[in-house]
Structures are given as structure tokens and as C-alpha cells.
Design a protein around this ligand. Sequence first.
Ligand SMILES: [Zn+2]
Length: 355
Amino acid sequence: MRYLVTDVNGATKDLGVEHGVWSGHVDGEPTDLTRLVAVPGLADAHIHLSSDQSDFVPSDPARIRSRMVAELTGGVFLCLDKGWSDAGVLSVLGDPLEERPALRAAGPIVACPSGYYPGAVDEVAPEDLVERVARHPRAGGWIKLIGDWPRKGVGAPPSFGLEPLTAAVAAAHAAGLRVAIHTMAPETPSIAVRAGVDSIEHGLYLTDDDIRALGARGGAWVPTVRQVERVIRQVGPERTGGRVLAEGLDRVRTLAGLAARSGVSVLAGSDFGIPQGRIGEEAVGLFEYGFGVEVAVTAVTSAAYEYVDEPYGLAEGLPADIVAFDANPLESIETLVSPRFVMRRGRVLVDRREP
Ligand SMILES: [Zn+2]
């Protein structure tokens, strides 16, 4: 098999496919995709593969697999799963990469007592956090903490103070785990950044100093703007909680430029705000919230691959993966929502070249 593809920089490449990998052996009539603009894959950096809503039903491997197929056909070849009530998602890590996206995943989410949906996840007192982190499954490479959660009359105070959080991050890193933290309220982002957390999920109240510190050590930020908009609709924009979140989204707007300059890995995540296979909508959302088009496109393409060291590129020796669009996403970002051609490891999953 042989493909002619044009990348986002306008370069045309002539690539063969051997055993699911790009090769330099090009013979035979090529499939000409040069009318489209190709990237080597999209990424979803905040997903819960076990369910498309926060119902915390026990993970069902068949359901996880069908949702992974939805991601693949949408051109998503890398998922960072940010945890569930159980470790079920880890059971698909043995599936071949032809049939699923590359996956990094947290096991059971860890919250403080009464610090999340009641009874949904592992509730751990701050003094027991280090011990719980040390026992967390390591296969998926991540652990996810709930950093703050609304409580009646007191806003959404931090779940864990600086000291237990710093010790927990050290324990996680010693175990080879990266740490992601859910935070939508003020206070927690600064504690999390100081504690050394790797990835800030939502992070509506990151400060300028937090962004600089996070960028200086190559940290990640997954704003999930579509999910936050959904939560605001759910909570009610007039209610206190809704107003805090809307103010947070305004904060995101002011942080966008600084994040790009500071070297933060800004990543696109669907969470429960975008249906599977349509992660391009989050790139459009990031662009609307003031991230430059290059940052928004990178957030849904190369950034997550680079962040977790997953091979990525239209070049010899790399996986024969293509997601191709009608337009150059750098010129027309909406094109990311509807890929015309999707190929995973040499297998064509979607071919909508003819309207
Ligand atoms: Zn989430």
C-alpha cells in the first residue's frame, strides 16, 4: 500500500505501509489524499472510557471497547483516561493497538471523605493519602485525585493541603505514576502546582504564577472548556456554583496567552462535555476561549503524544496512522470535527472523501 498525503505545513509525503508501519518502500499506484490535510492522529487527554456520564457504574470491558472504537473512528489514537470508580479500564491494556487507541489510564479516582459524588470513588483521609497512592495500580501510568468539590455553604475548599499532596505526588512519582488533579475552584490550583502535580484538569482558577511554574517544569493543563460549559448549564448559570464556574472560564480566557508562552502542555479533553469521536469540538472551544489557533490545534493533535512519549508523525518507522480533513485546521479549525479519512495502523476505518 502507498499513500500520498499533505501535512499541515503543506509538505507532500509519499509513504508505503508495511505491517501497519510507514515504510520507505513505495511501489504501485498510490492512494492520493493530497486534496485533504493529514495529521497522524487526534488525542483525547481527559476521558472516562468506562461511561459517557458520571454514573460510576462498574466498568464493563465490552462497553469500554465499543467506546474506544468510537474514538478510533473519530481519529483519536491516544486517550488519557482520568479514572473511574474502579480499575476496569486497565483490563483493555492488553488489546492490540490496531483495535484501540494508545492508552494511559488512572485506576480508581481518589477523593477526600465527602469530597466527590457520595460513595462513587475511593475516599481517603489526607493522612492516609501516601499509603493509598503507593498501593494504586501502576499499569496505566496515572493516578487521579479530586482536588476540590463543592460543599454546602463553604464553596469548594481544597481536599488535601500542601503537605499531604506534596508527599502523595512524591510517592506517585516514585511508583512511576503521573498525577492528575481535578480542580474547578480557587485555592487548589496553586497548592497542586506547588505540590508538583503533573496535570491540572479543568484548572479554572490557575493563577499567572501557577501557569509559569507549571510551564517551567513541563506540566500539563486540560481546561475541558466544553465540559465546564455543560456543568454550568447543569448547575444553573444563576446559582452560586454556576457563577463561580463562569468566572473561572473568564479566567481561562485571560490565561490562554500566558500558558502558550510559558511552555505548559495545553491538552484537549472531552470529559462528559463532548461525545466520543468528536474531540475536535474541544479544539474549537479552546480557540474560542482565546488560545491561539496553533495551540488549539496542537492541543488536540501532537501535544498529548509528546507529553506521554507516544510515537507520532507521518514518517518512516512510525505507525501508519492518518486523520485527514477537508481543510488545513490551522486555517479553519472547525474542520477538526469531521475527519474525511481515518486510517489506523494501515487499516482504513473511515473513507468519506466523496460527499
Ligand atoms: Zn473527568
